[in-house]
Design a protein around this ligand. Structure first.
Ligand code: 6R9
Length: 655
């Protein structure tokens, strides 16, 4: 390639990957969704989504499938349905009341509960009656700040049942973060618990709620579940769940809500600025979360035991622990705690105990398991697993291959699912019975989804090229707006490329036209005229046998505009002798080409991550450019930045 041409590239395509994994023959033969689905959706996209909507039970059928006034969409116009009825009651009516909806596993060992669909129907009905008694009605907002206990999905479903709009705030957020979310939505009720169990000890939640709510005039009541038995301060707004919910009738007749009635607000884990309340509505959201769960995980509700390890405080938990799986009548696991309590084999122990068949987790967890060592999962019987999923960040090819081999026994397909809080449900992913998987690639938009990679002029890039991911057509579970701020919705998602939705991610098309996600475009590095994605350099580092995790940023450089600075966590037993930096720099240069060779390698004990496990490169950029470190309030562990800063001078390595 001539240098002039290279200077005009939108995003470099450096990584080569030749490994392929065909779908297992038996899985393909019995797959819920076959290659035919792509053709069907291509022929008539709206008819395809209508068929997906028909998997649900509607009280009144819609009369228009899509009303599209860009960028505002209405799906299944004038249709009516009740989400809780679809997730719970209809399974009981179909004779499946005794089927297990959730195996709940508390963090303290031996603390578990089995909840059938009939149990769930009673509990959701009681909770719906209690909300009504507390003065919560259709359209009112309810903030939910809870640990991963059964009352959490029950609370979501109770809101959905009566048409109240829930806003779940992850239980690790501070009082300030909680208060700003309560205020933004004017929540009338807060549902919480005394605390939850985390890392082997009770961890209080109620004091944070007290702190947040003391200046929230909109909040009339705080409904508190007793989980840990910790001492709590009683305020005049407080009511106990066991006092108010337990005495309610276990009957509640669900009312059908409009397909476009708001279902929930979820504030994105955005790193700075005012949180964005992403608004999802009823019919389209449930259609796509249920269909994708059926298609991408090949869910067989009669036989599968499905486990998504996310927290319900994130969108992954909303769509793939609560709404999608329940709409499909699945049996799921909910686990309250952390993967290393009381030991580092806890996940594998749970899989062995319940004979889990489908596991859905995040690359950050997979890389942690790699770091802990292959011998830990090897001690458990994981032979029940048949599909493995990944979400939240690009999965490095090495992590994908490790996951497939050490967790999936080299027989299970891995589905790398790309989507966002804003998209509501999976958008780009392999289908386990159709796609020959490539480690690190999310592959193709699902049937019914029209996504592309474009350059900065909004022109589709050819195969082999990189650029910006866009979605060209509306989809059923798309966000409808940002709560209370239509203009911000337009500016954030629909202004960069006219007529297309812009998620903010970079991507490339390989020679076959398959899609690889390359991280947030804000993180892309400009090195000597080349736009280089952090993902590719990180994956090259992780492919070195001594590296467990890596984060890469571009730091200002007088010669090359930006230079690549890498933060690396080594695998357990590796000695960080002085040659390691050179060895890793050479390895990257060999894997991706000299242009991607990092200027510096810093060996660190931890990386800064958000509470949902995404690497916060912004803070590392501050370190790399010797600035004081910016806003750390969204960090999972604020001590991490001190650990990193302490390592700096000695670990730096420059030519
Ligand atoms: C579901 C969720 C969304 C952002 C998204 C992207 C990153 C998620 C990914 C992925 C590459 C994947 N992301 N899945 N990147 N491959 N399979 O994570 O939602 O918390 O809103 O984050 O996460 O950057 O834009 P959310």
């Amino acid at each position: 390639m001539a240098p002039e041409r290279e200077n005009q590239e939108t995003l470099s395509n450096l990584l080569r990957e030749d490994r392929r994994f065909e779908p297992p023959v038996d899985l393909a033969a019995a797959a819920n969704v076959t290659a035919e689905a792509y053709e069907e959706a291509n022929r008539d996209r709206l008819a395809f989504w209508e068929r997906a909507a028909e998997r649900l039970t509607w009280a009144k059928r819609w009369d228009t499938t899509l009303d599209w006034q860009p960028p505002f969409a209405k799906w299944f116009v004038n249709g009516k349905l009740n989400v809780a009825y679809n997730c719970v009651d209809r399974h009981v009516e179909a004779g499946n009341g005794d089927k297990v909806a959730y195996y709940w596993e508390g963090e303290p060992e031996g603390d578990s509960r089995t909840i059938t669909y009939a149990d769930l129907q009673k509990e959701v009905s009681r909770a719906a009656n209690a909300l009504t008694e507390l003065g919560v009605g259709k359209g009112d907002r309810v903030a939910i700040y809870m640990p991963m206990i059964p009352e959490l999905p029950v609370s979501l479903l109770a809101c959905a049942r009566i048409g109240a709009i829930h806003s779940v705030v992850f239980g690790g957020f501070s009082a300030t973060a909680l208060k700003s979310r309560i205020d933004d939505a004017d929540a009338k009720l807060v549902i919480t618990a005394d605390g939850g169990f985390r890392r082997g000890a009770p961890s209080a939640l109620k004091p944070t709620v007290d702190e947040a709510v003391k200046d929230c005039p909109s909040v009339e009541h705080v409904l508190v579940v007793r989980r840990t038995g910790q001492e709590v301060d009683q305020t005049d707004k407080d009511v106990w769940w066991h006092d108010v919910v337990d005495r309610q009738s276990e009957e509640h007749i669900p009312e059908a809500h409009d397909a476009e009635a708001p279902l929930y607000i979820l504030y994105t884990s955005g790193t700075t600025g005012k949180p964005k309340g992403i608004l999802h509505t009823t019919g389209g959201y449930l259609t796509q979360s249920a269909w994708t769960h059926h298609a991408v995980f090949d869910l067989k509700p009669e036989t599968d035991i499905y486990w998504c390890t996310a927290d319900i405080g994130w969108v992954t938990g909303h769509s793939y622990i609560v709404y999608g799986p329940l709409a499909n009548g699945a049996t799921s696991i909910i686990y309250e705690g952390t993967p290393d309590t009381p030991h580092r084999g806890r996940f594998w122990e749970i899989i062995q105990k319940y004979r889990v068949t489908i596991l859905y987790t995040a690359p950050t967890a997979i890389r942690t398991f790699m770091k802990w060592g292959d011998d830990i999962p090897a001690k458990f019987d994981l032979s029940s697993l048949r599909v493995l999923g990944s979400v939240g960040e690009p999965i490095n090819p090495e992590a994908y291959v490790w996951y497939r081999e050490h967790i999936g026994g080299s027989r299970t397909p891995v589905v790398d699912t790309w989507w966002q809080t804003e998209t509501g449900a999976i958008m780009i992913s392999p289908l386990p019975g159709v796609t020959a998987g490539k480690p690190g690639a999310a592959m193709k938009p699902l049937p019914g989804i029209v996504a592309d990679v474009v350059d900065d002029q909004a022109q589709s890039v050819p195969n082999g090229g990189g650029g910006f991911l866009v979605v060209r057509e509306p989809w059923p579970s798309m966000l409808r707006t940002i709560w209370g701020d239509d203009q911000r919705y337009i500016d954030t998602y629909w202004s960069r490329f006219k007529g297309f939705y812009f998620p903010g991610d970079g991507a490339k098309k390989d020679e076959d036209g398959d899609l690889w996600l390359l991280g947030r475009v804000d993180d892309v590095m400009l090195v000597s005229g080349h736009n280089i994605s952090t993902t590719e350099v990180e994956s090259a580092l992780v492919s070195h046998p001594k590296v467990a995790e890596a984060a890469v940023v571009g730091a200002t450089d007088p010669l090359t505009t930006q230079a690549i600075v890498s933060f690396v966590i080594l695998r357990g037993a590796v000695d960080e002798g002085e040659d390691i930096a050179k060895e890793l720099r050479d390895h990257v240069a060999k894997t991706l080409g000299p242009i991607a060779k990092p200027r510096q390698i810093l060996i660190v004990p931890e990386l800064p991550k958000t509470r949902s496990g995404k690497i916060m490169r912004r803070l590392l950029r501050d370190v790399a450019e010797n600035r004081s470190i910016g806003d750390v309030t969204t960090l999972a562990d604020s001590a991490v930045m001190n650990l990193i800063a302490a390592k700096l001078p000695s670990a730096a390595s420059e030519d």
